[in-house]
Design a protein around this ligand. Structure first.
Ligand SMILES: NC(=O)c1ccc[n+]([C@@H]2O[C@H](COP(=O)([O-])OP(=O)(O)OC[C@H]3O[C@@H](n4cnc5c(N)ncnc54)[C@H](O)[C@@H]3O)[C@@H](O)[C@H]2O)c1
Length: 324
């Protein structure tokens, strides 16, 4: 018998890849909740939903996780075995100008879902957290038990709070909560606000790219198929009642090197406009993934040198329809 799963944010980048994977397994009744907001073009999210509908049956609710009443309707009509909660206001920089929106969506929205999980006896809750919770952690690579009490953006603070409230619900209400700290995810359908996608578009169209700082910031860039492998494993995770995992490639790449890789794949030279470092941006992210390897059998395989050409291949076919 098929199991029932709710994927919040399923019309987005990571969510739509997860739903595709679940549909391929043919073992799930998949429900998607997404409010199709305009953080980036809702047309992209609708296109993602269209792609999912062509891959299999999904039940879609256009609902806002900030509103318990509209979520109630979803739970009135379904009994879920698992919730994968990916809906969020994502992005570090916009959170500096709209902190309340981030708190309402990422914290209140998460509590709304946890409350419904409690009420309807959902046993497994997977929460999409972020590497940003580590703030300016000086110890690299970042490990799950490093302190996360100094987030440097509202976005990071909301993700840290989300993890904490997950712990509380698992402690009090017997819901297994698995918090996944994603490290900069990229691949087909990547959010257009993220550097790899944004830079690709600008380089492709011969426009300048804005580089904040001297290009020496480093990121652990994670290919989407690897992230999905980790998310998928966390759905089946049956260990302790609350767990936190880093999901990254465990390799860190300088921004300057990333731009070189994009130039090589796009076959065009970037025009670089240098600007001062941005508040809220961390200097480095670098995942220690030994815990995920051990407990989730997580085994990422796509190095940035292979992943960027794959991304660019998608990007070129998606132009200009998707990357608006
Ligand atoms: N992409 C990354 O590199 C990255 C890194 C770390 C963490 N994350 C986290 O992973 C998750 C997915 O990220 P993504 O890159 O796919 O982003 P995304 O913006 O493409 O997907 C998020 C989806 O959530 C939906 N959503 C937002 N607010 C909502 C609300 N109030 N009600 C219902 N739906 C709402 C959006 O419409 C969107 O489709 C997010 O929680 C994000 O914070 C992503």
């Amino acid at each position: 018998m098929k199991k029932n799963i709710l994927v919040t944010g399923g019309a987005g980048f990571i969510g739509s890849h997860l739903v595709e994977t679940l549909l391929r397994e043919n073992a799930w009744n998949v429900t998607v909740v997404d409010d199709l907001n305009d953080f980036y073009s809702p047309d992209i999210k609708r296109a993602n939903l269209g792609l999912l509908r062509r891959s299999g049956d999904i039940q879609f609710f256009e609902a806002d996780i900030r509103c318990s009443d509209s979520l109630q309707q979803v739970f009135d009509e379904n009994r879920f075995d698992v919730i994968v909660h990916l809906a969020a206001r994502a992005g570090v920089r916009p959170s500096l100008s709209e902190p309340k929106l981030y708190v309402e969506t990422n914290i209140n929205g998460t509590v709304n879902l946890l409350e419904l999980a409690r009420k309807y006896d959902v046993k497994q809750f997977v929460f999409g957290s972020s590497s940003s919770v580590y703030g300016e952690n000086e110890k690299v690579p970042f490990a799950e038990d490093d302190p996360i009490f100094k987030p440097i953006s509202p976005y990071a603070a909301t993700k840290a709070a989300g993890e904490l409230i997950c712990h509380t619900y698992s402690h009090l209400f017997d819901i297994r909560t698995v918090c996944l700290r994603f490290f900069t995810v990229y691949g087909a359908r990547q959010r257009p606000d993220l550097a790899i996608h944004k830079f690709s578009k600008l380089i492709y169209f011969g426009q300048p790219i804005q580089v904040f700082g001297d290009g020496s910031t480093r990121r652990d860039y994670t290919y989407i198929d690897d992230i999905i492998q980790g998310v998928r494993a966390s759905i089946d995770y049956d260990g302790s009642m609350h767990e936190v995992f880093n999901l990254g490639e465990s390799e860190t790449t300088e921004l300057g090197r990333l731009i070189e890789l994009l130039e090589a794949s796009l076959g065009k030279k970037a025009i670089i406009e240098r600007l001062p470092p941005q508040p809220g941006d961390v200097p480095i992210t670098f995942a220690d993934i030994s815990k995920a390897r051990r407990l989730l059998n997580y085994s990422p395989t796509t190095k940035i040198e292979q992943g960027i050409p794959k991304f660019v291949e998608w990007f070129k076919t998606a132009q200009p329809a998707v990357s608006i």
